[in-house]
Structure formats: structure tokens, C-alpha cells
Design a protein around this ligand. Structure first.
Ligand code: 26V
Length: 798
């Protein structure tokens, strides 16, 4: 085993050359970066297969309980370097490539991101897969192998333009096709009664075909599987129609099926009752459940013992049809009683809620559910009735089916034994605001599991400079035991350590500044504060607050050029949902302001704005290690947790933020004195909204904000179309639901505190290093241990 996971540079080089020759059919003289990447990926992949088989074998032999993580999104990003890191082979890979005359970084960066997710929810699923593998938690991820991941973003005249993403145009070397693992999935049709039993006769069917990706844990001690389903037609071709010359119609069954796994829905803002989305959700869930049951039965176990062997986690409500589907499998296909089936179902299922935004909560019209999944609609009614019968105190307005809609949150709640929020604040708000009645009927069912991020990818891989310093200072082992970062604490009083810490940050900032120059054509001062806000563009995340404050700062610099300003680079990144008009206006405003500010000789290097297009996992890996300041400024009560906030603080950025999501816990951990807090709290937000004139009052109380809004309204940043932002400005005065105006002055003074702290390097680098030292809690290993103990009732195999 040892020589498999720890080859010499020469041995790895031989493997690479062998794959280049025999897998890629290329000789070294004519190989492209792509060929080298494939050859290296296959050479590395060979070394994952053994531990992967070993883990699978051990799980079977020991009859281990398996965890199944069902998610419509897995935002994996690149795989090659992460695999190399976890196998302990990054340096070996680099040296092997160098010895072949190939630039390792160029090879790594040639890999397209697997962007099978929108944002936080999908990236969390990817971090959790990595932690489960690192902890030896036997598990599978189940998702969809979208042919096209999240759209690519370009800017044209400052506006977002979307183009399709095409990660599978090239071969993805990390997947194994499994034609033998295929299931027929039905839709529509009718429900018939035969001998008193319900039989669903689908009107449409597709095949779900499996593609497996190994997920290798830290040091290669364990590996799990991410199984992604691809839709293929059950009948390939309508030969009769083809022979009649009707070629388009002949290909219809194929086109219909492939549509199912064609694209990821790019909208995580507003729920829309789209039939295709419901079909995707059922497609994933049904394929996963059939696979789970087949594995259980082939292990020789009885269906009644399912909860002893199987834990299924629903990542938000997207796979919440799992409850009805499992009941259907047990009752209709296996003759179990409904009472027994629902009991087993509840014991197996867990539900994680990721949002309180009412517009993002899934509800399906009963007519749509009844038409796409007629048998499931009956079972949903039955589950609702069963729940009411067992809970006669349930208020009349509470239920799974209400006003001709199926509420997926309520369905997930009543079919799960545990429901969890993703930060302490969020979990409290679930109890108080989202499911207060169900919480009373089922005390203890709602629990908290604060999110976490994998330190392997987000510190060790993304930030080699800081990782090296950490290892030099406290030794190895922190990657798998992040609480050990606390050992850094005594060193923050050592000026030499602080200098080294600052130097590591500077190295990352220099690299980012070069990248900005090369790719964005913007020259920035690497000594300036790198102030970063990267995340999906949403009104509640308040990128608008950030850009309005930036304008105010610029205005002040121009009016008072002598004053002592800390130079700043304001960095933005993120995509807007294609149909989210306001978010797209905010993007355009940021770009318009950047054009004006960046060209202003009066402010010059003291203020720059950079907004590189197409923010994704790989760009996050570049930006986060180079950040000084992390913007986490959502309206309190709206951000369920945030995970970017954790990645920044772990990498030694200070946070400017509201008391929202996991910011609350981050501040507790790193210390209030090492966090720039501002803004209304969640209860204050509710209170403030009761004043219908809150926006006008707040604007009138701030001269700088009035000036900023006036500049925008006059077309200062859109001279060719002065009225471009009249809608935005009007909304600020007359609605401002997300309380940008109410928090504006508090935000501005917090930014002034940032300036003062940055002007004192001793103080700043002490604070920054303390952030890194105290972020151990936010490892996804801690989070997964919590899920294992409190939801999945399973133990590590290591
Ligand atoms: C909703 C929908 C609606 C249908 C179309 C596709 C789609 C995709 C995603 C969503 C919900 C997104 C919810 C989400 O991403 N929540 C984020 O979850 C993170 C991980 O828990 C958390 O850190 C963020 O605060 C939270 O916004």
C-alpha cells in the first residue's frame, strides 16, 4: 500500500509518460497542456483506486451504516490539485512535471471547474463530501451530472451576459461510467388499483445512468463515492418515424430524456414552479433511493432494518420527494403497511434547511405534482393525514398540503427525524419564524449544525504561503485537527511571527495584483487594503451598501485630498440569477462606478475597484488568501450562515459584518475586538421595518448618503444615459426593504475603524493572526462529526 500512495518523482513520471503514451496516444514532443493534464490526472487517479476499493470493501465486511447525502448541487471546482494534496503528492506531482519540462501550475489551471452548483449550498455539499472521506464516514453523495454547470458570466458595457458552461466538452478524467448501475425512472401516467393495491403506471420513462467520482480523504486513508446521475432515453429511437422521414420526431424520446440532466437551474433567488425542475428533483431522488435499497437488499438485510444501515440527508427541500418515494417503494413495491413504511422513512431521513427567504421556499401546485407524480401526490395526502391524526393539536393553517399547494419544507419536516439549521442564529429563527407550530409538536427535532469548510482545500491548498508558516510554527497535523491552530496564539505577540504572517499575506496580494494586471488590465497597489466581497449577487447580501459606501469614500477623497486615507482596492465577484433584474442593475452600477473611479487621476492608486467576471470556486481560491478585509454585510436575519465568511477569517482576513448567520459565532470565536461589527440586529430589523418611512428618514439623516444618491441620479456614473439608475435610487428612497440606508452610517464608521486599524500594522497583523488561530471551530470536520453523532448515528471507520 505504501509505495502506491507515496511514489518517488521518477516513479510518478514514468506513470505520467505511460498514460501520455497509452491512454492519450501522444508522444511527449507533441503533447499539449491538456494531454499532460490528462496524463497526470490518470496517474494520480490510479493511486486513488486502491484506497477507494479498500474503503468500499471494509464497509461491506463490517456491515457499516452508510450515509447518503442527496443534493441537487455539488460545487466541486477543480479536482486534480485537491486530490494531489490529499494523497500527499503535490510536491511530487510538481517535481515530476518539472522534470518533464511542464509547468505544473499551468496544468492545474487548465482544468475546468466542475460548477454543478449555484453558491453556498452546493459548495457546502462538496466540503462535506471531502470531510466525510477524511473522517472515514462511509458515505455516498448523490447528485445530477449536469451537462452544463452554472453559466459563464461576461460583462458587456458593464452588464452581465450569460453563456453556457461546457465542462464536459473535454473528457472529465475523474469519473467512471457505470452502465450497469442504471434505473428506469417514471413520470406522469395513472394509478391503478389491482387486488386492493395501488400500482403506478408511468406515462413517460427515462433511464438514470450512474457516473462515479472517487472522493479521496486526507492522507488517502479513506475514499467515498460521489455518484452523479445522467438521464438517457429508455427507447433510443423511433425507427418507424425515422423510416417515414420524420427525423426530428424520431429523435424526440432521446431529446426529452437528455433535457433532464442538461442544465443546472441557475436561479437560487426565487422559487418558480417549473415542471422540469420537479422532474429533475424526482429523477435524482428516485435513482438514489433505488440504488440505496438495492445495496441494502444485496447485503442480505431486511427492509424493516433499513434505519440501522442507512441514513439519508436531504440538502434543503430539493430532494424532499424522498419521503413519499421511500414510502411508495416500501408499500407499493414491497407490500409493507403504510404505518410501518412511514416509521422507517422518518428514522432514515434528515433535512437541512438553508434559507428562510420566503420566495426561495419550494411549493408545488397540487395539480402539477398530481400530473407529474400522481402516486406521490396520493402518498403526500396520506402523510399529511397521518401527521394530523398523530398530532390532533396541529393548528388548521399548518400542514403539508394547503391552498392547493404542496409545501416541501413541511413535507421534509414531517418525514425527517431531525431538521437542522446551518448556524446558531438561523436554527433559532427556524424555530421561531419558519416552523413554530411544528417545533412545538416535535420538540427537539430542530437542531443546529453550524456550517464548516474544509481546511485542506481552503487553507492548505489555496494558501501555501500561510500553510508553510503555520507548519513551521506549530508543526504538522493541523489540517486534520484544525483546533490546533490555537497553538498559534502565543506567537501573535512575537513581532517576528507577525512580520512573517504579513509577508505571507503580501505574497498572495502580489500574486493577485499581477493577475489583475494581466487579466483585468487594472494596476493596483499591493500595499493597499484588499477589501473583498465575493458571493452571489442578492439584494439581501447588500453589495449595494458596499458600492454606495465606496462612492462616498471617493467623493470624500476628492473633496478633501489632503486627509490621511488608507489606500484601498475594492474587489467584487459574483453572478446574478439571469432573471433577477435588480441584481443585474447592481452589477452594472458597480462596473460603471469602477470605470469612473479607476480613471480618476485625483484619487489614483488610493482607490481602485476591480470586478473580475465569472467568479467561481477557482477564483475564490485566488482571491480569499489575498484578502485583508472580508465583507459580510447582509441584512441581519437573512443570511442563513455564510461559508465564505469562514474561509476569509481562516486565511487571516478581518471581517466587517453584521450580526447575521455564522458571523455571530465567528465573532464569538475570534473575539469581538478582532471583528468590525456594525448594523441593526435581526430583531431591530423587524422593528425598523414597522416605520413605513424608514428609508427616507435614514437618508435624510446622512448627508454623505444623500450626496451619493444624488450623484447616481444625476448620471455621474452613466453620463451617456443619466436616468439609468433612477429605478435603483427611487427604490432607495421609497422602499429599501433590505435597510441599506438604515445601516449606511454604521457601515461607514466601521469602515473608518478599519482604516485606523490598518494604519497600525502591529495591531492589524495581531488581529489577523488571531483570526486564523481561532477559526478551528469552522472546520467541516467538526460539522460532519456533529451530523454523525446527532443525526446519522454512525461512527468513523478509521
Ligand atoms: C433554491 C433554488 C430554487 C429553485 C431553483 C434552484 C435553487 C437553488 C438553490 C436554492 C436555495 C439556495 C439556498 C442556499 O444556497 N442557501 C445558502 O446555504 C449556505 C450553506 O448552508 C449558507 O451558508 C448560505 O447562508 C445560504 O444562503
Amino acid at each position: 500500500m505504501k509505495d502506491i500512495t507515496a511514489p518517488t518523482v521518477e516513479a510518478l513520471r514514468d506513470d505520467i509518460l505511460r498514460h501520455l503514451t497509452y491512454t492519450m496516444g501522444k508522444d511527449a514532443d507533441h503533447a499539449s497542456v491538456y494531454d499532460w493534464r490528462m496524463a497526470l490526472s490518470f496517474a494520480l487517479r490510479d493511486r486513488i483506486v486502491e484506497p477507494w476499493f479498500a474503503a468500499t470493501r471494509q464497509t461491506w465486511d463490517q456491515g457499516r451504516k452508510r450515509v447518503y447525502y442527496l443534493s441537487m448541487e455539488f460545487l466541486i471546482g477543480r479536482v486534480l490539485e485537491d486530490a494531489a494534496i490529499n494523497l500527499g503528492l503535490r510536491a511530487t506531482c510538481r517535481d515530476a512535471m518539472t522534470s518533464l519540462g511542464v509547468d505544473f501550475r499551468a496544468v492545474v489551471e487548465d482544468e475546468p471547474d466542475a460548477a454543478l452548483g449555484n453558491g453556498g449550498l452546493g459548495r457546502l455539499a462538496a466540503c462535506y463530501m471531502e470531510s466525510m472521506a477524511s473522517l472515514g464516514c462511509a458515505g455516498y453523495g448523490y447528485g445530477i451530472r449536469y451537462e452544463h454547470g452554472l453559466f459563464r458570466q461576461r460583462f458587456e458595457g458593464g452588464r452581465q451576459v450569460e453563456t453556457p458552461e461546457d465542462w464536459l466538452k473535454q473528457r472529465h478524467p475523474w469519473e467512471f461510467e457505470r452502465p450497469e448501475a442504471a434505473y428506469e425512472i417514471g413520470f406522469k401516467g395513472t394509478v391503478e388499483k389491482r387486488d386492493g393495491k395501488s400500482v403506478w403506471v408511468p406515462g413517460e420513462t427515462v433511464m438514470a445512468e450512474a457516473f462515479d467520482m472517487p472522493v479521496i480523504g486526507w492522507k488517502g486513508k479513506w475514499a467515498n463515492t460521489l455518484r452523479l446521475w445522467s438521464a438517457t432515453p429508455t427507447t433510443l429511437f423511433d425507427l418507424a418515424r425515422f423510416n417515414h422521414g420524420d427525423y426530428a420526431a424520431a429523435a424526440e424520446p432521446e431529446a426529452l430524456a437528455r433535457t433532464l440532466s442538461r442544465v443546472l437551474y441557475p436561479d437560487d433567488t426565487t422559487y418558480q414552479g417549473k415542471e422540469l425542475r420537479l422532474k429533475q428533483e424526482y429523477f435524482l431522488t428516485a435513482a438514489a433511493l433505488h440504488d440505496i435499497i438495492r445495496r441494502h437488499v444485496s447485503g442480505g438485510y431486511a427492509l424493516k432494518d433499513l434505519p440501522d444501515h442507512v441514513a439519508i440527508q436531504m440538502n434543503d427541500t430539493h430532494p424532499a420527494i424522498a419521503g413519499p418515494e421511500l414510502v411508495r417503494i416500501l408499500v407499493d413495491l414491497n407490500g409493507m403497511s403504510f404505518e410501518d413504511a412511514i416509521e422507517i422513512t422518518v428514522k432514515c431521513l434528515g433535512y437541512t434547511n438553508h434559507t428562510l427567504l420566503p420566495e426561495a421556499l419550494e411549493r408545488w401546485a397540487t395539480y402539477l405534482m398530481g400530473s407529474v407524480l400522481p402516486r406521490h401526490m396520493q402518498i403526500i395526502e396520506q402523510i399529511d393525514a397521518w401527521h394530523l391524526k398523530n398530532n390532533p393539536a396541529r393548528p388548521h393553517y399548518v400542514g403539508v398540503v394547503k391552498h392547493h399547494e404542496v409545501r416541501m419544507g413541511e413535507l421534509a419536516f414531517v418525514t425527517a427525524h431531525k431538521v437542522n439549521g446551518v448556524s446558531a442564529l438561523h436554527s433559532e429563527l427556524i424555530k421561531q419564524n419558519l416552523f413554530p407550530e411544528l417545533d412545538k409538536l416535535h420538540p427537539g427535532r430542530i437542531i443546529n449544525q453550524t456550517n464548516g469548510v474544509t481546511p485542506r482545500r481552503w487553507l492548505r491548498m489555496a494558501n501555501p504561503a500561510l500553510s508553510r508558516l503555520i507548519t513551521e510554527t506549530i508543526g504538522t497535523g493541523w489540517e486534520a485537527d484544525l483546533d490546533r491552530l490555537r497553538d498559534l496564539e502565543p506567537h501573535v505577540d512575537d513581532p517576528g511571527f507577525r512580520t512573517d504572517f504579513a509577508a505571507a499575506k503580501r505574497q498572495n496580494k502580489d500574486a493577485l495584483a499581477n493577475w489583475f494586471l494581466e487579466t483585468q488590465g487594472v494596476k493596483v497597489d499591493p500595499a493597499a487594503i484588499f477589501d473583498v466581497q465575493v458571493k452571489r449577487i442578492h439584494e439581501y447580501k447588500r453589495q449595494l451598501l458596499n458600492i454606495l459606501q465606496t462612492i462616498a469614500e471617493w467623493h470624500e477623497m476628492r473633496n478633501n485630498p489632503q486627509a490621511d486615507y488608507q489606500p484601498r482596492v475594492k474587489i467584487f465577484g459574483g453572478k446574478a440569477a439571469p432573471g433577477y433584474h435588480t441584481a443585474k442593475e447592481i452589477i452594472r452600477l458597480i462596473n460603471d462606478v469602477a470605470s469612473v473611479v479607476n480613471a480618476d487621476p485625483l484619487t489614483g492608486d488610493r482607490l481602485k475597484i476591480v470586478y473580475p467576471a465569472n467568479y467561481n470556486v477557482s477564483m475564490a481560491e485566488r482571491l480569499i488568501p489575498a484578502a485583508d478585509l472580508s465583507e459580510q454585510i447582509s441584512t441581519a436575519g437573512k443570511e442563513a450562515s455564510g461559508t465564505g465568511n469562514m474561509k476569509f477569517a481562516l486565511n487571516g482576513a478581518l471581517t466587517i459584518g453584521t450580526l447575521d448567520g455564522a458571523n455571530v459565532e465567528i465573532r464569538q470565536e475570534v473575539g469581538a475586538e478582532n471583528f468590525f461589527l456594525f448594523g441593526l440586529t435581526a430583531p431591530e430589523v423587524m422593528e425598523r421595518r414597522k416605520d413605513p418611512e424608514h428609508a427616507r428618514h435614514a437618508i435624510l439623516a446622512s448627508q454623505p448618503l444623500q450626496d451619493v444618491l444624488q450623484m447616481i441620479a444625476e448620471g455621474r456614473f452613466s453620463p451617456e444615459e443619466p436616468e439609468r439608475y433612477h429605478g435603483l435610487v427611487h427604490n432607495m428612497w421609497h422602499s429599501d426593504y433590505f435597510l441599506v440606508a438604515s445601516d449606511f452610517e454604521a457601515y461607514r464608521s466601521a469602515q473608518a475603524q478599519v482604516d485606523r486599524a490598518f494604519a497600525d500594522p502591529d495591531r492589524w497583523w495581531r488581529m489577523a493572526a488571531l483570526n486564523t488561530a481561532r477559526m478551528g471551530f469552522f472546520s467541516s470536520d467538526r460539522a460532519i462529526r456533529g451530523y454523525m453523532a446527532e443525526i446519522w448515528e454512525t461512527e468513523s471507520a478509521l
